[in-house]
Write a protein that binds this ligand. Sequence first.
Ligand SMILES: [Zn+2]
Length: 285
Amino acid sequence: MRLPAWMQRRRFATGLAIAGLSLVTLAMTKAAEQHNWLTALEPTQEAAEKSAEQPAPAPPEPCPAPATPDPLLGPRTKEPGSWVGRSPVQTNLPIVVMAGHADSQGTASSGTPGYAVDQQKRPPMQPGIRDELFWNRAVQAAVVSQGQARGLNIRSYTPPSISIPDDDDPATNWSQAKVFSERGEYVLEIHFDAYRPHGFGSGLIPVLANVRELNLVDESLAQAFGRFPRNFRGGLGGPRRGIGILEIAMLEPPLETKLRDPSTREQTVNCLAERVVSALVQGVS
Ligand SMILES: [Zn+2]
Protein backbone atom coordinates (compact mmCIF):
# COMPACT_ATOMS: atom_id res chain seq x y z
CA MET A 1 0.00 0.00 0.00
CA ARG A 2 1.29 3.45 -0.87
CA LEU A 3 1.56 5.97 1.92
CA PRO A 4 -0.11 9.33 1.44
CA ALA A 5 2.27 12.08 0.42
CA TRP A 6 2.22 13.91 3.82
CA MET A 7 3.28 10.72 5.63
CA GLN A 8 6.13 10.21 3.25
CA ARG A 9 7.32 13.75 3.88
CA ARG A 10 7.18 13.25 7.62
CA ARG A 11 9.17 10.00 7.38
CA PHE A 12 11.77 11.73 5.32
CA ALA A 13 12.03 14.62 7.76
CA THR A 14 12.40 12.25 10.75
CA GLY A 15 15.11 10.32 8.91
CA LEU A 16 16.98 13.54 8.24
CA ALA A 17 16.71 14.64 11.85
CA ILE A 18 18.09 11.30 13.13
CA ALA A 19 20.95 11.39 10.64
CA GLY A 20 21.74 14.97 11.65
CA LEU A 21 21.73 14.14 15.35
CA SER A 22 24.05 11.17 14.81
CA LEU A 23 26.48 13.36 12.93
CA VAL A 24 26.54 15.92 15.74
CA THR A 25 27.06 13.18 18.35
CA LEU A 26 29.86 11.67 16.30
CA ALA A 27 31.56 15.03 15.92
CA MET A 28 31.32 15.70 19.68
CA THR A 29 32.74 12.28 20.55
CA LYS A 30 35.63 12.81 18.14
CA ALA A 31 36.39 16.20 19.64
CA ALA A 32 36.36 14.77 23.16
CA GLU A 33 38.64 11.91 22.14
CA GLN A 34 41.05 14.28 20.53
CA HIS A 35 41.02 16.54 23.57
CA ASN A 36 41.76 13.66 25.96
CA TRP A 37 44.46 12.35 23.68
CA LEU A 38 46.12 15.76 23.49
CA THR A 39 46.11 16.33 27.24
CA ALA A 40 47.40 12.83 27.84
CA LEU A 41 50.31 13.42 25.51
CA GLU A 42 51.26 16.87 26.67
CA PRO A 43 51.12 17.28 30.44
CA THR A 44 52.39 20.64 31.60
CA GLN A 45 55.71 20.69 33.42
CA GLU A 46 54.01 22.00 36.55
CA ALA A 47 51.45 19.22 36.60
CA ALA A 48 54.13 16.59 36.06
CA GLU A 49 56.19 17.87 39.01
CA LYS A 50 53.13 18.04 41.22
CA SER A 51 52.06 14.46 40.54
CA ALA A 52 55.62 13.24 41.15
CA GLU A 53 55.82 15.01 44.53
CA GLN A 54 52.45 14.12 46.03
CA PRO A 55 50.31 11.24 44.84
CA ALA A 56 46.65 12.22 44.63
CA PRO A 57 44.98 11.46 47.99
CA ALA A 58 42.40 8.71 47.86
CA PRO A 59 38.93 10.26 47.97
CA PRO A 60 37.27 9.65 51.40
CA GLU A 61 34.84 6.79 51.38
CA PRO A 62 31.23 7.92 51.57
CA CYS A 63 29.51 7.42 54.94
CA PRO A 64 27.23 4.36 55.16
CA ALA A 65 23.64 5.37 54.40
CA PRO A 66 21.02 4.87 57.15
CA ALA A 67 19.34 1.47 56.90
CA THR A 68 17.69 -1.23 58.99
CA PRO A 69 19.80 -2.88 60.28
CA ASP A 70 22.10 0.15 60.25
CA PRO A 71 25.63 -0.51 58.96
CA LEU A 72 27.08 2.38 61.00
CA LEU A 73 25.08 2.51 64.25
CA GLY A 74 23.91 -1.06 64.72
CA PRO A 75 20.49 -1.67 66.26
CA ARG A 76 18.10 1.06 67.39
CA THR A 77 16.85 0.89 70.97
CA LYS A 78 15.13 -2.37 71.77
CA GLU A 79 12.75 -0.44 74.03
CA PRO A 80 11.17 2.19 71.77
CA GLY A 81 8.95 5.10 72.76
CA SER A 82 5.88 6.38 70.94
CA TRP A 83 6.11 10.17 71.46
CA VAL A 84 6.16 12.59 68.56
CA GLY A 85 7.95 15.97 68.61
CA ARG A 86 5.73 18.58 66.97
CA SER A 87 6.62 22.03 68.34
CA PRO A 88 8.27 24.21 65.72
CA VAL A 89 11.65 25.81 66.47
CA GLN A 90 13.46 28.86 65.13
CA THR A 91 16.08 28.37 62.41
CA ASN A 92 18.69 30.03 64.62
CA LEU A 93 17.82 27.88 67.67
CA PRO A 94 20.91 27.91 69.93
CA ILE A 95 22.15 24.33 70.31
CA VAL A 96 24.57 23.29 73.06
CA VAL A 97 26.39 19.98 72.71
CA MET A 98 27.77 18.25 75.79
CA ALA A 99 29.78 15.04 76.26
CA GLY A 100 28.05 12.56 78.57
CA HIS A 101 29.91 11.77 81.84
CA ALA A 102 32.31 14.69 81.24
CA ASP A 103 32.15 15.64 84.94
CA SER A 104 31.53 12.27 86.61
CA GLN A 105 34.70 10.21 86.14
CA GLY A 106 35.53 8.00 89.10
CA THR A 107 31.91 7.96 90.29
CA ALA A 108 29.15 5.38 89.89
CA SER A 109 27.96 7.05 86.67
CA SER A 110 31.22 7.37 84.76
CA GLY A 111 29.93 5.75 81.56
CA THR A 112 30.53 2.41 79.85
CA PRO A 113 34.10 1.09 79.52
CA GLY A 114 33.00 -0.48 76.22
CA TYR A 115 33.35 -4.04 74.96
CA ALA A 116 37.08 -3.83 74.13
CA VAL A 117 38.16 -2.80 77.63
CA ASP A 118 35.57 -4.76 79.60
CA GLN A 119 35.49 -8.01 77.65
CA GLN A 120 38.73 -8.11 75.65
CA LYS A 121 40.91 -6.55 78.37
CA ARG A 122 42.29 -3.97 75.95
CA PRO A 123 43.83 -0.79 77.43
CA PRO A 124 41.49 2.20 77.63
CA MET A 125 41.80 4.85 74.92
CA GLN A 126 43.01 7.34 77.53
CA PRO A 127 44.13 6.43 81.06
CA GLY A 128 41.91 7.84 83.78
CA ILE A 129 38.69 8.13 81.79
CA ARG A 130 36.13 5.64 80.56
CA ASP A 131 36.19 4.93 76.84
CA GLU A 132 32.64 6.24 76.57
CA LEU A 133 33.78 9.74 77.58
CA PHE A 134 36.68 9.52 75.12
CA TRP A 135 34.26 8.85 72.22
CA ASN A 136 31.58 11.21 73.56
CA ARG A 137 34.16 14.01 73.38
CA ALA A 138 35.32 13.04 69.89
CA VAL A 139 31.76 13.05 68.53
CA GLN A 140 30.91 16.26 70.43
CA ALA A 141 33.83 18.09 68.79
CA ALA A 142 32.98 16.80 65.31
CA VAL A 143 29.27 17.66 65.70
CA VAL A 144 30.07 21.24 66.72
CA SER A 145 32.60 21.83 63.95
CA GLN A 146 30.44 20.25 61.22
CA GLY A 147 27.36 22.01 62.60
CA GLN A 148 29.02 25.41 62.49
CA ALA A 149 30.21 24.72 58.94
CA ARG A 150 26.61 23.98 57.97
CA GLY A 151 25.33 27.21 59.48
CA LEU A 152 23.86 25.98 62.76
CA ASN A 153 23.93 28.19 65.86
CA ILE A 154 25.80 25.48 67.76
CA ARG A 155 28.46 25.38 70.46
CA SER A 156 29.87 23.00 73.05
CA TYR A 157 29.99 23.12 76.82
CA THR A 158 32.85 21.42 78.67
CA PRO A 159 32.99 21.37 82.48
CA PRO A 160 36.27 22.53 84.07
CA SER A 161 36.96 19.18 85.77
CA ILE A 162 36.32 15.53 84.81
CA SER A 163 35.21 14.84 88.37
CA ILE A 164 32.80 17.19 90.10
CA PRO A 165 31.36 15.37 93.15
CA ASP A 166 28.44 17.76 93.73
CA ASP A 167 25.74 17.42 91.05
CA ASP A 168 24.50 20.90 91.92
CA ASP A 169 27.87 22.55 91.42
CA PRO A 170 27.14 25.37 88.94
CA ALA A 171 29.77 24.02 86.48
CA THR A 172 28.31 20.53 85.96
CA ASN A 173 26.61 19.57 82.70
CA TRP A 174 23.36 19.25 84.68
CA SER A 175 23.51 22.73 86.25
CA GLN A 176 24.54 24.42 83.01
CA ALA A 177 21.89 22.54 81.02
CA LYS A 178 19.20 23.77 83.40
CA VAL A 179 20.27 27.38 82.80
CA PHE A 180 20.58 26.97 79.00
CA SER A 181 17.31 25.08 78.69
CA GLU A 182 15.37 27.62 80.76
CA ARG A 183 16.41 30.35 78.36
CA GLY A 184 15.14 28.35 75.38
CA GLU A 185 18.36 26.72 74.16
CA TYR A 186 18.47 23.12 72.93
CA VAL A 187 20.82 20.96 74.99
CA LEU A 188 22.05 17.68 73.55
CA GLU A 189 24.33 15.32 75.44
CA ILE A 190 26.29 12.75 73.43
CA HIS A 191 26.48 9.21 74.85
CA PHE A 192 27.41 5.71 73.79
CA ASP A 193 25.34 2.90 75.23
CA ALA A 194 26.77 -0.20 76.92
CA TYR A 195 27.54 -3.24 74.77
CA ARG A 196 25.12 -6.15 74.44
CA PRO A 197 23.39 -7.65 76.37
CA HIS A 198 23.48 -4.66 78.74
CA GLY A 199 22.91 -1.93 76.17
CA PHE A 200 19.62 -0.97 74.54
CA GLY A 201 20.84 0.50 71.24
CA SER A 202 20.80 3.95 69.69
CA GLY A 203 18.12 6.57 70.21
CA LEU A 204 17.12 9.85 71.82
CA ILE A 205 15.99 9.99 75.44
CA PRO A 206 14.14 13.32 75.28
CA VAL A 207 13.62 15.93 78.00
CA LEU A 208 10.89 15.29 80.55
CA ALA A 209 7.44 16.85 80.45
CA ASN A 210 8.31 19.41 83.19
CA VAL A 211 10.90 21.00 80.86
CA ARG A 212 9.10 21.72 77.57
CA GLU A 213 7.05 20.19 74.79
CA LEU A 214 8.95 17.98 72.39
CA ASN A 215 9.92 19.79 69.21
CA LEU A 216 10.91 19.16 65.61
CA VAL A 217 14.59 18.76 66.51
CA ASP A 218 13.70 15.98 68.97
CA GLU A 219 11.61 14.41 66.23
CA SER A 220 14.34 14.65 63.62
CA LEU A 221 16.94 13.09 65.95
CA ALA A 222 14.49 10.32 66.85
CA GLN A 223 13.90 9.56 63.19
CA ALA A 224 17.65 9.35 62.57
CA PHE A 225 18.65 7.43 65.71
CA GLY A 226 15.51 5.92 67.22
CA ARG A 227 13.43 7.02 70.23
CA PHE A 228 13.47 5.84 73.82
CA PRO A 229 10.32 6.12 75.95
CA ARG A 230 9.95 9.63 77.34
CA ASN A 231 10.02 8.34 80.91
CA PHE A 232 12.91 5.93 80.35
CA ARG A 233 14.01 4.44 83.69
CA GLY A 234 11.49 6.58 85.52
CA GLY A 235 13.01 9.84 84.25
CA LEU A 236 16.77 10.39 84.29
CA GLY A 237 18.59 13.29 85.94
CA GLY A 238 19.67 14.84 82.63
CA PRO A 239 16.26 14.88 80.91
CA ARG A 240 14.76 16.30 84.12
CA ARG A 241 17.14 19.28 83.75
CA GLY A 242 16.57 19.93 80.06
CA ILE A 243 19.12 17.54 78.53
CA GLY A 244 18.22 15.39 75.55
CA ILE A 245 20.40 12.29 75.84
CA LEU A 246 21.50 10.96 72.47
CA GLU A 247 22.66 7.36 72.62
CA ILE A 248 24.71 7.25 69.43
CA ALA A 249 25.16 3.47 69.44
CA MET A 250 26.26 0.63 71.68
CA LEU A 251 30.02 0.66 72.32
CA GLU A 252 30.75 -2.73 70.78
CA PRO A 253 32.08 -4.20 67.51
CA PRO A 254 31.93 -3.56 64.63
CA LEU A 255 31.54 0.17 65.39
CA GLU A 256 33.95 0.15 68.35
CA THR A 257 36.56 -1.67 66.27
CA LYS A 258 36.33 0.99 63.53
CA LEU A 259 36.63 3.72 66.16
CA ARG A 260 39.69 2.13 67.79
CA ASP A 261 41.49 1.44 64.50
CA PRO A 262 43.58 4.57 63.80
CA SER A 263 43.14 4.10 60.04
CA THR A 264 39.32 4.29 60.23
CA ARG A 265 38.87 6.41 63.36
CA GLU A 266 38.54 9.90 61.92
CA GLN A 267 36.22 8.83 59.12
CA THR A 268 34.00 6.89 61.55
CA VAL A 269 33.71 9.80 64.00
CA ASN A 270 32.93 12.15 61.11
CA CYS A 271 30.23 9.84 59.78
CA LEU A 272 28.61 9.61 63.23
CA ALA A 273 28.71 13.40 63.53
CA GLU A 274 27.27 13.79 60.05
CA ARG A 275 24.20 11.78 61.11
CA VAL A 276 23.69 14.06 64.12
CA VAL A 277 24.26 17.30 62.21
CA SER A 278 22.02 16.32 59.31
CA ALA A 279 19.23 15.57 61.79
CA LEU A 280 19.77 18.92 63.55
CA VAL A 281 19.78 20.83 60.26
CA GLN A 282 16.55 19.10 59.22
CA GLY A 283 14.99 19.82 62.60
CA VAL A 284 15.55 23.58 62.43
CA SER A 285 14.67 23.95 58.74
ZN1 LIG B 1 26.45 7.38 78.86
